[in-house]
Design a protein. Structure first.
Length: 204
C-alpha cells in the first residue's frame, strides 16, 4: 500500500466533502487506506467551529452556515480558495494535535514560497500569513486518532466577503490572498501543484 494519496473533489459542496471525509476516516482508522489529502474548492459556505462566538457570525448573509466539529471559530469557504482535508493517522508516539497544526502551517509555507511569495507565522495565531495578511486558515479535529478537517488557502478571493463576519475572530481587514503578493494573477491550477508537492514531501 502506498503511504499517501491525494484526491481531487472540484468543485464540491461542503456537505459532500464532509461526507467523504467521514467515509475515508473510518477506512483510515482500520488501516484500509493510506493517509489521504482531499483537495477541493467549495461552493460558498461559512463554517463555525467549536470556539465560534455569536458576534463572529455573518449578519443577514444569504450564504449558508454549517456548524462543525473542528476547532476554531467562523471561516469562509468559496471560489478562489483551495481547501485541503488531511486524513492523517496519528500513531501512538505522535499523538500531538498542536504539532499537527504546526506541520500544516510549515507545509503550506513551503508551498507558498515555491510561488515566489514569502510566507510566515503570526505568533499565537494558527494559520499562515504573508506580511500583515492572513492567507490560510487552519482548523482540525481528530477521531479514532485520525485527523480530519484542515486548511483553506486563499488564492484569489473577493476580499469583501471577510467584512461580513469576524474570520477566526479577527477583523476582516487582516485577510488577504496570494494574488495580492504575486507579480501576476494566480489561479487554483497555478497553486495546486505546489501544495501537492509540499505534502508529498512529508511522506517521500
Amino acid at each position: 500500500m502506498i503511504p499517501f494519496e491525494i484526491r481531487h473533489l472540484f468543485p464540491s459542496s461542503y456537505e459532500d466533502s464532509l461526507a467523504l471525509q467521514l467515509e475515508l476516516l473510518k477506512l483510515r482508522a482500520k488501516n484500509r487506506i493510506p493517509d489521504t489529502l482531499i483537495l477541493t474548492e467549495h461552493l460558498p459556505v461559512f463554517t463555525a467551529g467549536r470556539a465560534a462566538t455569536p458576534e463572529s457570525f455573518p449578519k443577514d448573509s444569504e450564504i449558508p452556515i454549517v456548524t462543525i466539529s473542528r476547532g476554531g471559530q467562523v471561516t469562509y469557504h468559496g471560489p478562489g480558495q483551495v481547501v485541503g482535508y488531511w486524513l492523517r493517522k496519528l500513531e501512538r508516539n505522535n499523538r500531538d494535535l498542536h504539532a499537527h497544526l504546526r506541520l500544516i502551517e510549515q507545509t503550506l509555507m513551503e508551498a507558498i514560497q515555491t510561488l515566489g511569495i514569502a510566507a510566515n507565522r503570526n505568533e499565537g495565531l494558527t494559520g499562515v500569513w504573508v506580511g500583515p495578511k492572513k492567507v490560510a486558515s487552519i482548523g482540525v479535529a481528530v477521531r479514532s486518532w485520525v485527523t480530519f478537517h484542515g486548511f483553506a488557502l486563499n488564492v484569489n478571493v473577493d476580499p469583501e466577503i471577510y467584512h461580513e463576519f469576524r474570520p477566526c475572530g479577527l477583523s476582516g481587514d487582516v485577510m488577504g490572498d496570494l494574488t495580492q503578493f504575486s507579480t501576476s494573477p494566480l489561479s487554483i491550477s497555478d497553486v495546486l501543484p505546489a501544495i501537492e508537492e509540499a505534502f508529498q514531501g512529508i511522506y517521500f
